[in-house]
Write a protein that binds this ligand. Structure first.
Ligand code: HEC
Length: 205
């Protein structure tokens, strides 16, 4: 989509569009709208594939995710649970990164996910004595702030299929592993078809 515009704050989840004042639009991805006319029952293999990609796009834009325990989103807004979608975080139109700088902690560097080849940092808060164990302090290495431990940027999702493994530590070996991570982390309840549709969509970006 060569006529896709971008500017800072084009679709901020919290404040909407900084220039036009329009509300946040959760329908971030629209590349494949036209393929929603194809049926999964089509005799034509290509049309069935196109239909799956279009369904995956709809799931990406609309499938409800109860966002919990994500630093920044939940702490800063003081909401223990926020109803969102993939596009709450991947909100730049037809690109999929975050449209303003907003590193988030979705739990990738939690010590519970550590494999033996990863480091383990034990960090202690000098004021509260709280301890956090993490495989990567993330944004906190730059800011020195406790609240930034484990926060990472959401990357652009275009051409994502060309660069496995995924997440900053490469802990998801392929796109199905990414989807399984989200399905477990946020208890989304995706069916097997939802999962394969989301993978078909991501793989086509
Ligand atoms: C709460 C915010 C949030 C939600 C919801 C979310 N993501 Fe992410 N996503 C991120 C962040 C942050 C990263 C980078 C994490 C890292 O590398 O540590 C990421 C990374 C990814 C990546 C890896 C890209 C790469 O190049 O490594 C993919 C693919 C992805 N997300 C797809 C999805 C899909 C599909 C959904 C919905 C099922 C989703 N995301 C929901 C915040 C979110």
């Amino acid at each position: 989509m060569i006529d896709q515009t971008y500017y800072f704050g084009i679709n901020d989840t919290l404040a909407g569009d900084y220039r036009t004042g329009a509300d946040f639009n959760p329908n971030v991805m629209s590349l494949y709208n036209i393929w929603s006319r194809y049926s999964k029952k089509s005799q034509d293999n290509h049309k069935r594939t196109h239909a799956a990609i279009a369904r995956g796009q709809v799931l990406f834009n609309t499938k409800l995710i109860k966002i919990k325990s994500v630093k920044d989103i939940n702490d800063d807004l003081a909401t223990p649970e926020l109803s969102g979608t993939c596009t709450t975080c991947h909100n730049t139109p037809n690109s999929g990164n975050h449209s303003i700088p907003m590193p988030l902690d979705i739990g990738i560097s939690d010590s519970s996910r550590r494999t033996p080849d990863m480091p383990l940092y034990t960090l202690r808060n000098k004021n509260t004595n709280e301890i956090i164990k993490t495989t990567d302090p993330g944004r906190a290495l730059i800011t020195g702030k406790w609240k930034d431990i484990g926060r990472f940027k959401g990357p652009v999702l275009r051409a994502v299929a060309s660069r496995p493994p995924y997440f900053h530590d490469g802990s998801a070996k392929d796109l199905p592993s990414v989807i399984n991570f989200y399905n477990t982390r946020f208890a989304i309840g995706l069916t097997n078809r939802d999962k394969s549709d989301l993978v078909a969509f991501l793989a086509s970006l």
